[in-house]
Design a protein around this ligand. Structure first.
Ligand code: PLP
Length: 395
């Protein structure tokens, strides 16, 4: 079976992990700040805080941005459930913005229309979470302009898009957002096994993220709330002293994972180049077939985490299902990104219904993800294309 995605692990990665295992600290050691600094340098942000998953990082980011019960977070239905669930962990409610039919990213037209209505009805969101679907940056500068006008914070779910650019600005630089979150799950651009990172240019947000990651604890004397006893007699705080100031979590990454992530980061540019090479080969080879191919907006460089085509047959997804099954029978591990989040039973139980987000639903009914990962050979890709041609011709 040719899978839809797969990590690349080379000897240098293995050696880096083995060295981490032999070091003095296998967690909370020196590799965590080194990994954070390396990702900050690659993306151009000031602060990076490593987490044990993007899901934890999204939760921590919502808390750091002050999301609480009774408040609202908006994201797209065309994403992994984690982009929405982070609000639910905070007791906040979730609503959705439909996708743009060309990019399959958050529609800034739909976003503005919903903001106009929400302002009138006094239920504006506190946080908006754009997702760079399949690796293509969203219209961040437009979303930032709306954030200023309507007073919400921007949390980028950049799980698909490490290495992507918009208008020469690297994803993760946070030029147009408060926080951006990366995932290092094995199917993503680089992997640490499991892992994630929150990026920001705001030192206070970075400090909060660091505390949320580890029980709400700080060891930074400048942030102590109760140095009073020490201050009164003019002495330093006790060297073992730390403070838990609120209820945090253990969302820490280990040095073992960071070692793998750091080693993989050396190949980020190679990964993105190879992914783009394979995407343009698909683009050329699939011309003329009854499919909608992904488009990359002018000014964007996609990281091509996924290569998603649309089999739009207007039959509620029946033909897509045939194509999916026939491809799997031929040993091609196609997938679907994404079943719209609002149609998941958990979100249906919160009151969402089919028909509310038609572009996301049409996408969910037609999407087919073809194999794309750095080690996919051109010959294997030709095999995928040949299988798809056959299947589309014979049903
Ligand atoms: C993978 C993914 C996540 C979750 O990442 P984890 O590191 O597995 O928690 C969140 N959002 C999107 C869009 C993703 O693709």
């Amino acid at each position: 079976m040719i899978p839809y995605a797969r990590q690349q692990v080379i000897q240098a990665d293995i050696e880096a992990v083995v060295a981490a295992l032999q070091a003095d600290f296998i967690t909370q050691g020196p590799l965590i700040p080194r990994f954070e600094q390396a990702v900050a340098a690659k993306t151009g942000c000031l602060h990076a805080v490593a987490f044990n998953s993007a899901t934890s990082a999204l939760h921590a980011a919502c808390l750091a941005l002050g999301l609480g019960a009774g408040e609202r977070l908006w994201t797209v239905p065309n994403t992994f459930v984690a982009s929405a669930n982070c609000a639910r962990y905070c007791g906040a409610s979730v609503d959705f913005v439909d996708i743009d039919p060309a990019t399959w990213n958050m529609s800034t037209v739909d976003l503005e229309a919903r903001l106009v209505r929400a302002r009138r009805e006094r239920r504006l969101p506190k946080i908006v979470v754009p997702v760079h679907f399949a690796g293509q940056p969203t219209e961040q500068e437009r979303i930032e302009a709306l954030a200023r006008e309507y007073g919400f914070r921007v949390l980028e779910d950049a799980s698909h898009s490490l290495g992507a650019k918009r208008q020469d600005e690297r994803v993760g630089s946070c030029r147009w957002s408060d926080i951006a979150v990366l995932s290092f799950h094995p199917v993503k651009i680089i992997t640490s096994g499991e892992g994630g990172m929150a990026l920001t240019n705001d030192a206070d947000l970075a400090a909060s993220l660091g505390m949320i990651r580890s029980h709400g604890i700080t060891r930074d004397p400048r942030r102590f709330q109760r140095p009073a006893a020490a201050e009164l007699d003019g002495s330093e705080p006790d060297p073992w002293y730390y403070e838990q100031q609120f209820l945090g979590f253990n969302y820490r990454l280990t040095d073992i994972h960071a070692a793998l992530g750091l080693s993989q980061l050396n190949r980020l540019e190679d990964f993105v180049v190879r992914r783009n090479h394979l995407a343009s080969r698909y683009q050329a080879a699939l011309q003329g077939l009854p499919l909608r191919l992904p488009t990359v907006q002018t000014g964007n460089i996609s990281a091509f985490h996924l290569y998603v085509v649309r089999v739009d047959s207007g039959d509620g997804g029946r033909f897509r299902r045939q194509v999916f099954n026939a491809m799997r029978q031929r040993g091609i591990g196609v997938n679907v990104h994404y079943l719209p989040v609002h149609l998941q039973p958990y979100y249906r139980a919160l009151g969402f219904e089919p028909g509310q987000f038609p572009e996301s639903e049409a996408h969910g009914a037609g999407a087919l993800t073809l194999p794309l990962y750095p080690d996919l050979t051109d010959a294997q890709q030709d095999q995928v294309v040949a299988a798809l041609r056959q299947v589309l011709a014979h049903g």
